[in-house]
Design a protein around this ligand. Structure first.
Ligand SMILES: NC(=O)c1ccc[n+]([C@@H]2O[C@H](COP(=O)([O-])OP(=O)(O)OC[C@H]3O[C@@H](n4cnc5c(N)ncnc54)[C@H](OP(=O)(O)O)[C@@H]3O)[C@@H](O)[C@H]2O)c1
Length: 283
């Protein structure tokens, strides 16, 4: 598996497996199948409610810990967040059955962001989180966080797919050493992504599916992708994307699909902010 080197030297796989919206009772089977298919980067979150099942799949796989790259995410914490963040981290670690994380992400740019980040910096310094980063940070929030703290995020995991490509933002992040990671790389199938005529036509040339073209396009741009599927045949399809190369012309054609805005929700919409920022997890 190809890797990227994060700004602190940590190596991270360019492609992994996401478990959002996989019910807890199905997650152990799905993650076991993904590990069998060859995925080594796993992406979960406290808010997904399936960390324990991810942990069981890791344990039963017998794969050496150093071969895995495990990410989970901190949910929004109240101020002062330093103790709350450490507690939330320890809860996640216990549920996953691990003694360290490869990447710990702040899931949303809400709550006591600075308290959360400083606690995450401490976890990073102590070696408990080998890399730390954020998710869903728009440029204004990201730059402010970088300016006002010691450690710049290693990763920013943001909505990135053919209809919302984030190319300018990727350039800005690159300037600051922040690695872009895509969530919703298939836009969860919105806008009829899987039957898009342009992507299908490009795929035909290589004997590849639309899903494979999208993952090749993301990874060829240096964007880390974490497709989700509960089906073993799709898991195998989605990891089989490193034996072909899109041409510059095809990359330029795919660039025309960009709508420049989210297909999910607007992190600047007061109603959405109120909902996300107000949500608390039970434990
Ligand atoms: N940080 C955040 O706020 C945030 C937000 C959303 C997601 N994420 C992360 O990003 C990961 C990926 O995003 P996502 O789960 O939202 O959606 P996604 O990967 O864009 O799309 C998943 C959907 O595509 C289908 N699919 C997968 N492979 C396919 C294939 N080869 N052909 C046709 N359909 C296929 C899946 O169906 P089946 O399962 O039935 O195959 C599922 O319905 C998440 O799992 C999570 O880890 C993070």
């Amino acid at each position: 598996m190809q890797t990227v080197t994060l700004n602190n030297g940590v190596e991270m796989p360019l492609l992994g497996f996401g478990v959002y919206q996989i019910p807890a009772e199905d997650t152990e089977r799905a993650v076991s199948a993904a590990l069998t298919a060859g995925y080594r980067l796993l992406d979960t979150a406290a808010a997904y409610g399936n960390e324990e099942a991810v942990g069981r799949a890791i344990k039963s796989s017998g794969i050496p810990r150093e071969e895995l790259f495990v990410t989970t995410k901190l949910w929004v914490q109240d101020a002062p967040a330093q103790d709350n963040t450490r507690r939330a981290f320890e809860t996640s670690l216990t549920k996953l059955g691990l003694d360290h994380l490869d990447l710990y992400l702040m899931h949303q740019p809400f709550g006591d962001v600075y308290g959360q980040w400083r606690a995450m910096e401490a976890l990073n310094r102590e070696g408990l989180a080998k890399a730390i980063g954020v998710a869903n940070f728009y440029p204004d929030r990201l730059i402010d966080l970088i300016i006002n703290n010691e450690i710049a995020p290693q990763v920013n995991q943001i909505e990135t797919h053919p209809f919302f490509q984030r190319a300018d933002y990727q350039d800005l992040m690159r300037e600051h050493g922040v690695q872009i990671q895509s969530w919703g790389g298939f836009a969860e199938g919105k806008n009829d992504l899987f039957t898009n005529p342009l992507l299908a036509e490009i795929g035909k040339e290589y004997g590849k599916s639309v899903a494979q073209v999208v993952l090749r396009w993301l990874t060829q741009r240096g964007v880390i992708a974490i497709p989700k599927s509960v089906r073993a045949e799709r898991m195998a399809e989605n990891i089989d994307v490193f034996d072909f190369q899109l041409t510059d012309e095809q990359m330029a054609q795919i660039a025309t699909l960009d709508t420049g805005s989210s297909l999910f929700f607007d992190h600047h919409d007061p109603e959405m902010v109120t909902w996300l920022a107000g949500r608390r997890l039970d434990s």
